[in-house]
Design a binder for this molecule. Structure first.
Ligand code: GDP
Ligand code: MG
Length: 289
Protein backbone atom coordinates (compact mmCIF):
# COMPACT_ATOMS: atom_id res chain seq x y z
CA UNK A 1 0.00 0.00 0.00
CA UNK A 2 1.21 3.47 -0.65
CA UNK A 3 1.30 6.29 1.85
CA UNK A 4 -0.08 8.69 -0.72
CA UNK A 5 -2.82 10.78 0.79
CA UNK A 6 -3.67 12.96 -2.16
CA UNK A 7 -3.48 16.36 -0.59
CA UNK A 8 -2.23 17.64 -3.91
CA UNK A 9 -5.65 17.11 -5.46
CA UNK A 10 -7.24 19.54 -3.03
CA UNK A 11 -6.39 22.54 -5.11
CA UNK A 12 -8.04 20.91 -8.08
CA UNK A 13 -11.09 20.12 -5.93
CA UNK A 14 -11.29 23.72 -4.79
CA UNK A 15 -11.20 24.81 -8.39
CA UNK A 16 -13.96 22.39 -9.35
CA UNK A 17 -16.01 23.55 -6.39
CA UNK A 18 -15.46 27.15 -7.35
CA UNK A 19 -16.55 26.40 -10.90
CA UNK A 20 -19.73 24.74 -9.70
CA UNK A 21 -20.75 27.13 -6.92
CA UNK A 22 -19.08 30.33 -7.89
CA UNK A 23 -17.91 32.89 -5.39
CA UNK A 24 -19.87 35.24 -3.22
CA UNK A 25 -17.88 38.29 -2.29
CA UNK A 26 -19.31 41.06 -0.13
CA UNK A 27 -17.56 44.38 0.15
CA UNK A 28 -18.48 47.17 2.59
CA UNK A 29 -17.49 50.78 2.00
CA UNK A 30 -17.02 53.04 5.03
CA UNK A 31 -15.80 56.58 5.73
CA UNK A 32 -16.81 60.20 6.20
CA UNK A 33 -19.24 61.66 3.71
CA UNK A 34 -17.89 63.35 0.61
CA UNK A 35 -14.76 61.22 0.32
CA UNK A 36 -15.84 59.55 -2.91
CA UNK A 37 -17.21 56.25 -1.57
CA UNK A 38 -20.24 56.08 -3.84
CA UNK A 39 -18.14 57.21 -6.79
CA UNK A 40 -15.59 54.45 -6.16
CA UNK A 41 -18.34 51.83 -6.06
CA UNK A 42 -19.54 53.06 -9.44
CA UNK A 43 -15.96 52.99 -10.68
CA UNK A 44 -15.55 49.37 -9.56
CA UNK A 45 -18.72 48.40 -11.37
CA UNK A 46 -17.57 50.15 -14.52
CA UNK A 47 -14.08 48.70 -14.49
CA UNK A 48 -13.43 45.59 -16.58
CA UNK A 49 -13.92 42.96 -13.84
CA UNK A 50 -17.39 43.97 -12.98
CA UNK A 51 -18.75 45.76 -16.00
CA UNK A 52 -22.48 45.79 -15.82
CA UNK A 53 -24.73 45.34 -18.79
CA UNK A 54 -25.50 48.39 -20.91
CA UNK A 55 -28.25 50.49 -19.44
CA UNK A 56 -27.32 49.45 -15.90
CA UNK A 57 -24.78 52.20 -15.58
CA UNK A 58 -26.87 54.87 -13.95
CA UNK A 59 -25.05 56.45 -11.00
CA UNK A 60 -26.12 55.61 -7.49
CA UNK A 61 -28.27 58.12 -5.67
CA UNK A 62 -26.54 59.91 -2.82
CA UNK A 63 -26.49 57.67 0.19
CA UNK A 64 -28.80 58.19 3.11
CA UNK A 65 -28.86 54.61 4.34
CA UNK A 66 -27.05 51.31 3.89
CA UNK A 67 -27.47 50.36 0.27
CA UNK A 68 -26.48 47.23 -1.60
CA UNK A 69 -25.46 46.97 -5.22
CA UNK A 70 -25.12 43.53 -6.72
CA UNK A 71 -23.74 42.14 -9.90
CA UNK A 72 -22.84 38.76 -11.30
CA UNK A 73 -19.68 38.39 -13.32
CA UNK A 74 -18.90 35.25 -15.29
CA UNK A 75 -15.42 34.65 -16.60
CA UNK A 76 -13.88 31.39 -17.78
CA UNK A 77 -16.80 29.45 -16.36
CA UNK A 78 -16.37 30.91 -12.88
CA UNK A 79 -19.27 32.88 -11.50
CA UNK A 80 -18.75 35.75 -9.08
CA UNK A 81 -21.60 37.28 -7.13
CA UNK A 82 -20.24 40.63 -6.12
CA UNK A 83 -22.12 42.76 -3.63
CA UNK A 84 -20.94 46.17 -2.55
CA UNK A 85 -22.64 47.83 0.38
CA UNK A 86 -22.50 51.58 0.58
CA UNK A 87 -22.91 53.21 3.99
CA UNK A 88 -23.91 56.76 4.77
CA UNK A 89 -20.91 58.85 5.70
CA UNK A 90 -20.27 59.63 9.31
CA UNK A 91 -18.36 62.44 10.95
CA UNK A 92 -20.87 65.09 9.90
CA UNK A 93 -21.99 65.74 13.43
CA UNK A 94 -20.35 67.73 16.17
CA UNK A 95 -20.57 64.71 18.40
CA UNK A 96 -19.17 61.68 16.60
CA UNK A 97 -19.18 59.41 19.63
CA UNK A 98 -20.14 55.87 18.70
CA UNK A 99 -20.54 56.71 15.01
CA UNK A 100 -19.05 53.28 14.21
CA UNK A 101 -21.86 51.48 16.01
CA UNK A 102 -24.26 51.13 13.06
CA UNK A 103 -21.39 49.76 10.95
CA UNK A 104 -20.24 47.22 13.52
CA UNK A 105 -23.89 46.22 14.12
CA UNK A 106 -24.41 45.72 10.41
CA UNK A 107 -21.35 43.45 10.19
CA UNK A 108 -22.41 41.43 13.25
CA UNK A 109 -25.97 41.16 12.02
CA UNK A 110 -24.68 39.34 8.92
CA UNK A 111 -22.68 36.93 11.09
CA UNK A 112 -25.80 36.42 13.20
CA UNK A 113 -27.87 35.51 10.18
CA UNK A 114 -25.31 32.99 9.06
CA UNK A 115 -25.11 31.48 12.52
CA UNK A 116 -28.90 31.13 12.73
CA UNK A 117 -28.95 29.21 9.45
CA UNK A 118 -26.02 27.07 10.52
CA UNK A 119 -27.77 26.03 13.72
CA UNK A 120 -31.01 24.91 12.10
CA UNK A 121 -31.53 21.17 12.22
CA UNK A 122 -32.49 21.03 8.58
CA UNK A 123 -29.78 23.16 7.16
CA UNK A 124 -29.93 24.70 3.78
CA UNK A 125 -27.56 22.96 1.40
CA UNK A 126 -25.81 26.24 0.92
CA UNK A 127 -26.28 29.05 3.42
CA UNK A 128 -26.78 32.43 1.76
CA UNK A 129 -23.66 34.37 2.65
CA UNK A 130 -24.11 38.05 3.39
CA UNK A 131 -21.07 38.22 5.68
CA UNK A 132 -18.79 41.18 4.97
CA UNK A 133 -15.54 39.81 3.53
CA UNK A 134 -13.77 43.12 3.28
CA UNK A 135 -14.31 46.66 4.49
CA UNK A 136 -12.79 49.52 2.50
CA UNK A 137 -12.07 52.38 4.88
CA UNK A 138 -11.70 55.82 3.29
CA UNK A 139 -9.07 58.09 4.81
CA UNK A 140 -9.41 61.83 4.08
CA UNK A 141 -6.48 63.09 1.93
CA UNK A 142 -5.28 65.49 4.61
CA UNK A 143 -1.62 64.66 4.03
CA UNK A 144 -1.02 64.83 7.77
CA UNK A 145 -1.90 61.75 9.78
CA UNK A 146 -4.84 59.62 10.85
CA UNK A 147 -7.39 61.62 12.81
CA UNK A 148 -8.46 60.40 16.23
CA UNK A 149 -11.87 59.57 14.73
CA UNK A 150 -10.24 57.40 12.04
CA UNK A 151 -8.18 55.65 14.71
CA UNK A 152 -11.23 54.96 16.85
CA UNK A 153 -13.32 53.62 14.02
CA UNK A 154 -10.47 51.49 12.63
CA UNK A 155 -9.78 50.00 16.07
CA UNK A 156 -13.38 48.81 16.22
CA UNK A 157 -13.61 47.58 12.67
CA UNK A 158 -10.42 45.53 12.68
CA UNK A 159 -11.88 43.38 15.49
CA UNK A 160 -14.82 42.28 13.36
CA UNK A 161 -13.71 42.23 9.71
CA UNK A 162 -10.85 42.56 7.21
CA UNK A 163 -10.19 46.28 6.88
CA UNK A 164 -8.42 47.74 3.86
CA UNK A 165 -7.67 51.44 4.46
CA UNK A 166 -7.47 53.56 1.32
CA UNK A 167 -6.47 57.18 0.79
CA UNK A 168 -9.44 58.91 -0.81
CA UNK A 169 -9.22 61.44 -3.68
CA UNK A 170 -5.52 60.77 -4.22
CA UNK A 171 -5.49 63.25 -7.13
CA UNK A 172 -5.61 66.05 -4.57
CA UNK A 173 -2.13 65.10 -3.31
CA UNK A 174 1.15 65.26 -5.21
CA UNK A 175 3.12 62.03 -5.65
CA UNK A 176 5.57 63.07 -2.92
CA UNK A 177 2.75 63.96 -0.56
CA UNK A 178 1.13 60.60 -1.20
CA UNK A 179 4.29 58.67 -0.35
CA UNK A 180 4.88 60.66 2.81
CA UNK A 181 1.22 60.29 3.81
CA UNK A 182 1.33 56.53 3.21
CA UNK A 183 4.38 56.24 5.42
CA UNK A 184 2.74 58.27 8.15
CA UNK A 185 -0.44 56.19 7.99
CA UNK A 186 1.55 52.94 8.20
CA UNK A 187 3.27 54.29 11.32
CA UNK A 188 -0.07 55.44 12.82
CA UNK A 189 -1.69 52.04 12.17
CA UNK A 190 1.26 50.32 13.80
CA UNK A 191 1.37 52.67 16.80
CA UNK A 192 -2.34 52.22 17.49
CA UNK A 193 -2.22 48.45 17.06
CA UNK A 194 -4.62 48.51 14.12
CA UNK A 195 -4.52 45.33 12.06
CA UNK A 196 -5.23 46.29 8.48
CA UNK A 197 -5.50 43.82 5.61
CA UNK A 198 -3.31 42.30 4.23
CA UNK A 199 -1.54 41.68 7.52
CA UNK A 200 1.95 40.72 6.46
CA UNK A 201 2.73 42.35 3.13
CA UNK A 202 3.46 46.01 3.50
CA UNK A 203 3.92 46.08 -0.24
CA UNK A 204 1.63 44.40 -2.72
CA UNK A 205 3.47 43.15 -5.74
CA UNK A 206 2.10 44.33 -8.97
CA UNK A 207 2.24 42.60 -12.33
CA UNK A 208 4.38 45.43 -13.69
CA UNK A 209 7.09 44.42 -11.16
CA UNK A 210 6.18 47.53 -9.28
CA UNK A 211 5.80 47.50 -5.54
CA UNK A 212 2.86 49.53 -4.43
CA UNK A 213 3.15 50.59 -0.85
CA UNK A 214 0.03 50.33 1.24
CA UNK A 215 -2.36 51.95 1.85
CA UNK A 216 -3.62 52.33 -1.71
CA UNK A 217 -4.14 55.92 -2.83
CA UNK A 218 -7.19 55.83 -5.08
CA UNK A 219 -9.13 57.97 -7.52
CA UNK A 220 -12.70 57.32 -8.59
CA UNK A 221 -14.74 58.71 -11.45
CA UNK A 222 -17.98 58.21 -13.35
CA UNK A 223 -16.71 60.13 -16.34
CA UNK A 224 -15.44 58.52 -19.56
CA UNK A 225 -12.76 60.39 -21.53
CA UNK A 226 -11.09 59.69 -24.83
CA UNK A 227 -7.31 59.14 -24.80
CA UNK A 228 -5.63 58.19 -28.09
CA UNK A 229 -8.86 56.67 -29.34
CA UNK A 230 -9.44 54.66 -26.14
CA UNK A 231 -12.25 55.37 -23.73
CA UNK A 232 -10.98 55.63 -20.19
CA UNK A 233 -12.48 56.54 -16.83
CA UNK A 234 -10.84 59.60 -15.39
CA UNK A 235 -10.98 63.04 -13.87
CA UNK A 236 -10.11 65.99 -16.05
CA UNK A 237 -8.91 69.31 -14.76
CA UNK A 238 -7.41 72.31 -16.52
CA UNK A 239 -3.92 70.84 -16.25
CA UNK A 240 -4.62 67.31 -17.32
CA UNK A 241 -6.40 64.01 -17.01
CA UNK A 242 -6.01 61.54 -14.16
CA UNK A 243 -6.82 58.09 -15.49
CA UNK A 244 -8.50 55.81 -12.97
CA UNK A 245 -7.05 52.59 -14.42
CA UNK A 246 -3.53 53.94 -14.99
CA UNK A 247 -1.21 52.52 -12.34
CA UNK A 248 1.19 55.41 -12.82
CA UNK A 249 -1.58 57.84 -11.89
CA UNK A 250 -3.05 56.16 -8.81
CA UNK A 251 -3.55 52.77 -7.10
CA UNK A 252 -7.17 52.07 -8.08
CA UNK A 253 -6.23 49.21 -10.41
CA UNK A 254 -3.93 47.72 -7.75
CA UNK A 255 -6.75 47.82 -5.22
CA UNK A 256 -9.15 46.21 -7.68
CA UNK A 257 -6.62 43.51 -8.57
CA UNK A 258 -5.99 42.72 -4.93
CA UNK A 259 -9.70 42.49 -4.12
CA UNK A 260 -10.86 40.58 -7.16
CA UNK A 261 -7.85 38.77 -8.59
CA UNK A 262 -5.20 38.00 -6.00
CA UNK A 263 -6.69 38.11 -2.50
CA UNK A 264 -10.40 37.35 -2.86
CA UNK A 265 -10.16 33.72 -1.75
CA UNK A 266 -8.05 34.73 1.23
CA UNK A 267 -10.49 37.48 2.21
CA UNK A 268 -13.36 34.98 2.07
CA UNK A 269 -11.44 32.32 4.01
CA UNK A 270 -10.15 34.64 6.72
CA UNK A 271 -13.64 36.06 7.23
CA UNK A 272 -15.03 32.58 7.73
CA UNK A 273 -12.13 31.04 9.67
CA UNK A 274 -11.19 33.98 11.82
CA UNK A 275 -13.72 36.82 12.13
CA UNK A 276 -16.90 34.72 11.90
CA UNK A 277 -15.37 32.07 14.14
CA UNK A 278 -14.64 34.74 16.79
CA UNK A 279 -18.22 35.94 16.60
CA UNK A 280 -19.54 32.40 16.80
CA UNK A 281 -17.37 31.48 19.77
CA UNK A 282 -18.45 34.60 21.66
CA UNK A 283 -22.14 33.99 20.94
CA UNK A 284 -22.09 30.34 21.87
CA UNK A 285 -20.10 30.82 25.06
CA UNK A 286 -22.59 33.27 26.51
CA UNK A 287 -24.53 31.47 29.23
CA UNK A 288 -28.08 32.80 29.45
CA UNK A 289 -29.28 33.41 32.96
P1 GDP B 1 -19.40 59.86 -0.62
O1 GDP B 1 -20.18 60.80 0.22
O2 GDP B 1 -18.20 59.33 0.13
O3 GDP B 1 -20.22 58.75 -1.20
O4 GDP B 1 -18.78 60.71 -1.83
P2 GDP B 1 -19.29 60.84 -3.35
O5 GDP B 1 -18.93 59.62 -4.11
O6 GDP B 1 -20.72 61.22 -3.33
O7 GDP B 1 -18.36 62.01 -3.87
C1 GDP B 1 -18.36 63.32 -3.30
C2 GDP B 1 -17.71 64.30 -4.28
O8 GDP B 1 -16.33 64.00 -4.47
C3 GDP B 1 -18.31 64.30 -5.67
O9 GDP B 1 -18.36 65.63 -6.15
C4 GDP B 1 -17.35 63.47 -6.49
O10 GDP B 1 -17.34 63.83 -7.85
C5 GDP B 1 -16.02 63.83 -5.84
N1 GDP B 1 -15.05 62.73 -5.97
C6 GDP B 1 -15.28 61.41 -5.92
N2 GDP B 1 -14.15 60.71 -6.08
C7 GDP B 1 -13.15 61.61 -6.25
C8 GDP B 1 -11.74 61.51 -6.48
O11 GDP B 1 -11.14 60.41 -6.55
N3 GDP B 1 -11.04 62.67 -6.62
C9 GDP B 1 -11.65 63.89 -6.54
N4 GDP B 1 -10.89 64.98 -6.69
N5 GDP B 1 -12.97 64.02 -6.32
C10 GDP B 1 -13.73 62.91 -6.18
MG1 MG C 1 -22.16 58.20 -0.75
Amino acid sequence: ASAYVGIDTLQEQTRVRALRRGYTFNLLVVGRSGLGKSTLINTLFKSPVARRKEGQEEPLPSTTQVKKVETTVCEGGVKLNLTITDTPGFGDHINNANCWEPIVSYIEEQYGRYLTEEQKVYRLLRIPDSRVHCCLYFIPPSGHSLSSLDVEVLQRLDKVTNVVPVIAKADTLTLEEREAFKERIRADLHDHGIKSYPLEDTAVHDDAKMKVRLPFAVVGSNQWHEVHGRKVLGRRSTWGLVEVENKAHNDFACLRDMLIRTHMQDLIDSTSDYHYENFRRTKLSVVPN
